[in-house]
Design a protein around this ligand. Structure first.
Ligand code: PLP
Length: 444
């Protein structure tokens, strides 16, 4: 049934109900003024008054296949009519098909999937598996990282969200590579890679290698700034882990399923992790889901030993049907190839051109449909712009019909993987206009 309420009245009711009853993530509730989205198709969303916006946030960087993909919507509806829920202990055809479709894109020697409700509990369970498999406790992860908002996942997180939540034990942090804001005084990617590896090796040695269960890394750091690892870094981490019997967990929650122009971001390297965590792009968030892909060696640990973890909705049939349909459509429609091509031919060059013409853009980095502009008030000193500037930029972008993704002093450019050349060109023109306004406001 379609809601009879439309237009401005629907928008007003949405905001009134939201402000009265909805408690939002990561926010002081008092000053919130959320943007009300009524619908979406492809790379666009619209509000209740029919104003359309290019969704260059992909919501929370998850709508890889775009909004309203008919095959995914139909698969969910069909599964709902057949069997809308099933206990995790039973076998279900949609679940088996989803797991098979996922491992088909994973490295050889990884043939099992444990399904969760999202990315945080994927990391939570990967950490649990690593601890049980190795009989060790500690987990090393990077300061510039986000791994989710549950017990171990939030303490594995490096950014500010960890600090009020440090209730889990056994977590140690280190600095990963980030050449533009190097912790290591490096001036080339090779130097940054080598020095970041030396730092990590020193942390491992100082912590006691035999106490470390896993190193947990985002293959490409997402919310922390779209940090593509420099050449040799992930290979070096793998070698360090192997030397000490430490497992490598790659968090592909944001980077996986097309975002970097490959099925997994690890495909850009020769690195084979022991565990991969995923969520978001696997079904573009049409139904909440995540999971862990296990290497056969880790999976074997639990052949005769109970795995002490589970969820009522592990492998929920609506999520499973949506995964099967989403991955099938992504293959048929060349969605991952499109993301790669857009990055190389349109988005990468277009953003480099913006950086050349706008003093506020200190750095451009990324690949596929996964990019960030690092905005600075002083290019020499690389001084991050403050929240007031970011607020102004958001207002200018929204006024021109683009829904942006902003994090700290950065504009993340993260459209759906199905974005077209024309949509990217429209977005680049909007970024250009908005940055011109902000540049002028900042020029004394
Ligand atoms: N890992 C990464 C890299 C993420 O970007 C996120 C969410 O943004 C998570 C884990 C947590 O996923 P979820 O919000 O589905 O729990």
């Amino acid at each position: 049934m379609t809601d009879p309420l439309t237009g401005a009245a629907a928008g007003d009711l949405t905001l009134a109900l939201d402000r009265a009853h909805v408690f939002h993530s990561w926010s002081a509730q008092g000053a919130l003024a959320p943007f009300a989205i009524a619908g979406g198709l492809g790379s666009e969303v619209w509000d209740h008054e029919g104003r359309r916006y290019l969704d260059f946030s992909s919501q929370l960087v998850n709508v890889n296949i775009g909004h309203g993909h008919p095959a995914v919507v139909a698969a969910i509806a069909e599964q709902a009519a057949l069997l809308a829920t099933v206990a995790p202990g039973h076998a279900n055809l949609a679940r088996g098909r989803a797991a098979a479709a996922i491992v088909a894109h994973a490295p050889a020697g990884m043939s099992k999937v444990f399904f969760t409700n999202g990315g945080a509990d994927a990391n939570e369970n990967a950490i649990r598996m690593a601890r049980l498999h190795t009989g060790r406790d500690k987990v090393l992860s990077a300061y510039r990282s986000y791994h989710g908002n549950t017990g171990a996942a939030i303490v594995a997180t490096g950014d500010w969200r960890r600090v009020p939540n440090e209730y889990a034990r056994g977590h140690v942090h280190f600095f990963g590579p980030f050449l533009y804001r190097s912790e290591f005084w490096a001036t080339t990617p090779e130097q940054e890679s080598e020095r970041a590896l030396t730092h990590l090796r020193r942390v491992v040695e100082a912590e006691g290698p035999a106490s470390i269960a896993a190193i947990l890394l985002e293959t490409v750091v997402g919310t922390g700034g779209v940090l593509v690892p420099p050449p040799g870094y992930l290979e070096g981490v793998r070698a360090l882990a192997d030397a000490h019997g430490i497992l490598l967990i790659l968090d592909e929650v944001m980077a996986g399923f097309g975002r970097t122009g490959a099925w997994f971001a690890l495909d850009h390297t020769g690195v084979r992790p022991d565990l991969i965590t995923f969520a978001k792009g696997v079904n573009s968030g049409y139904v909440p889901v995540g999971g862990v892909i296990l290497s056969d060696a880790v999976a074997r640990t639990f052949d005769d030993r109970v795995f002490p973890g589970g969820l009522t909705y592990s492998g929920h049939p609506l999520a499973m049907a949506s995964i099967v349909a989403a991955l099938d459509a992504m293959e048929r429609e060349g969605v991952v190839t499109n993301a790669a091509r857009i990055g190389v031919e349109v988005l990468g060059p277009g953003l480099a051109d913006l950086a050349a013409r706008h003093g506020i853009v200190g750095d451009v980095r990324g690949l596929g449909v996964f990019w960030a502009l690092d905005l600075v008030s002083d290019r020499e000193l690389r001084t991050p712009v403050g929240p007031a500037v970011m607020g102004r930029l958001k207002a200018e972008l929204m006024a021109r019909g683009l829904l942006p993704f902003l994090a700290d002093n950065r504009l993340h450019v993260v459209p759906p993987c199905v974005v077209t050349d024309d949509e990217v060109r429209r977005a680049l023109a909007i970024y250009d206009e908005a940055l011109t306004v902000i540049d002028e406001e900042l020029t004394p």
